[in-house]
Design a protein around this ligand. Sequence first.
Ligand SMILES: Cc1cc2nc3c(=O)[nH]c(=O)nc-3n(C[C@H](O)[C@H](O)[C@H](O)COP(=O)(O)OP(=O)(O)OC[C@H]3O[C@@H](n4cnc5c(N)ncnc54)[C@H](O)[C@@H]3O)c2cc1C
Ligand SMILES: NC(=O)c1ccc[n+]([C@@H]2O[C@H](COP(=O)([O-])OP(=O)(O)OC[C@H]3O[C@@H](n4cnc5c(N)ncnc54)[C@H](O)[C@@H]3O)[C@@H](O)[C@H]2O)c1
Length: 473
Amino acid sequence: MNKPIAYDMLVIGSGPAGQKAAVEAARSGASVALIEKTRKLGGACVQRGTIPSKTLRENALRVRNMRMNAQLSNFKLAEDTELATLITRLNNVLNAHDEYMRKQLERTKVNLIHGRARFLSPQDVEVESVRGEKQTYSSGHILIATGSHPRKPPDIPVDHEHLFDSDSILSMMYLPKSLTVLGGGVIASEYASIFQALGVSVTMIDKYPHPLGFLDNDLTQTFLNDFTQMGGTWKGNTKVTRCYWNGMDAVITECDNGTEVRSEKLLCAAGRVANVKELEIGNAGLELNDRGLIDVDDQLETQVRGIYAAGDVIGPPSLASASMEQGRRAACNSLEITSGLVHSVIPAGIYSIPELSSVGISETHAREKFGDVFVGIARFDEIARGQISGALNGMLKIVCDTDGKTILGIMIVGEGATELIHIGQMALINNSPVDIFVETVFNFPTLAEAYRAAALEIIHQRKSKASRIKAGF
Ligand SMILES: Cc1cc2nc3c(=O)[nH]c(=O)nc-3n(C[C@H](O)[C@H](O)[C@H](O)COP(=O)(O)OP(=O)(O)OC[C@H]3O[C@@H](n4cnc5c(N)ncnc54)[C@H](O)[C@@H]3O)c2cc1C
Ligand SMILES: NC(=O)c1ccc[n+]([C@@H]2O[C@H](COP(=O)([O-])OP(=O)(O)OC[C@H]3O[C@@H](n4cnc5c(N)ncnc54)[C@H](O)[C@@H]3O)[C@@H](O)[C@H]2O)c1
């Protein structure tokens, strides 16, 4: 082992978790090294996930809106549209992000080390550069923030030419005429609806009956209705038995019910796996749990003292938003910096078309847990802004406890859902009664008015329940 270079803190991985951790630690005056194996910073979030997919989505929305405005234009994307033309702004977005992150690291004096990290011991990490040079770094405070990569089911021969995963899907040269999407999770639903909105004929296949099974039924149903209305096909309760490129013109997907789907390309979105193999965590005395993830306690410390983990390597919710906060908190906990209170109420935002978002618990879950809960629904077509913008199929649902006051959850489907949800999140966090949405004046016309409409419905239900009880019914 070469002579180790010591730091107060070592952070492995420059995704949302690692980046925020390194900056937070350095701001407290600690000497920090951030180790990243790829040339670009930002991890899956910036390079292959969140930002690229949302950039394509913006153009898909434009295309869809132009098609919907048939009276104004008879819009159709040209055949063989190059995918690159639909994400022209992506390079600008990525370069701007990369520059911002590099400047922030420079400003906070975080030492950026490019190379692949592996543990030699609980305090020593060896980094191998692309040129094969090796250097050891040591610290009593180490954060593992190495993220995750797409799971490759053994029977799905992803070749990145005909069969893609979420890391490679945007490297397709042309927009295909048809696409099979394996999976009904978040990545599958986002990409399936984005490509369908762009005019690609998409078939989604999953063993579960509905996509996005963790969401409220009304949200899932609206997603499915919109997807099929755009021309997409959903094949639920279906297992894939074989999948291959036929060597000529199609990817063939054979299903357990005897059906076969032919498509020009295929996207496999069958979950993600933690990036831990290269780390050789056994040398640090760490082992993976049975889901292949690193276990942490409520301080984000692993079973080995001084080694923390944050982001996708520790598992759900596996979101960029949560990873950033976990990274910051892990750095603070490790260096014994007071980090303040952070609320555990985390919203989910799914950037499918239509957009879906929820915070708290779903109606089904609330009914199972609390029984006769109150539910208020406001449809965007009943709201002035919904009529004006044409966002007619949106909906906002508030679920309240059996007292008709305590908010348990909020679910929104429709454009702006991922922004609108934060109003409800604030009310939920502050334990505000549902009445706050009626007692507060919002801008008009806005979709936020849906909060008021849904809350009014609950207040009416509450009053009629009280009258029924008073009358002895
Ligand atoms: C298609 C897609 C869309 C998504 N959309 C959203 C969204 O809209 N909203 C949202 O909140 N989340 C979204 N996510 C999830 C989000 O991207 C992840 O939760 C987040 O990136 C996890 O952050 P992380 O810091 O844990 O890891 P990552 O972002 O995966 O970063 C880990 C970094 O560690 C580096 N690394 C790995 N091993 C080593 C090693 N041995 N040595 C050195 N470096 C190493 C990697 O190169 C990488 O840069 C999306 C994900 C995908 C795939
Ligand atoms: N907007 C967002 O917040 C956002 C966007 C994208 C991804 N993410 C994160 O990324 C993570 C991974 O997402 P994901 O969608 O890949 O995983 P997932 O685990 O959510 O969904 C995987 C789906 O694939 C199905 N599946 C597995 N093997 C299959 C097979 N052989 N054939 C057909 N279907 C199969 C499963 O039944 C499951 O429904 C999620 O945890 C999510 O939090 C978040």
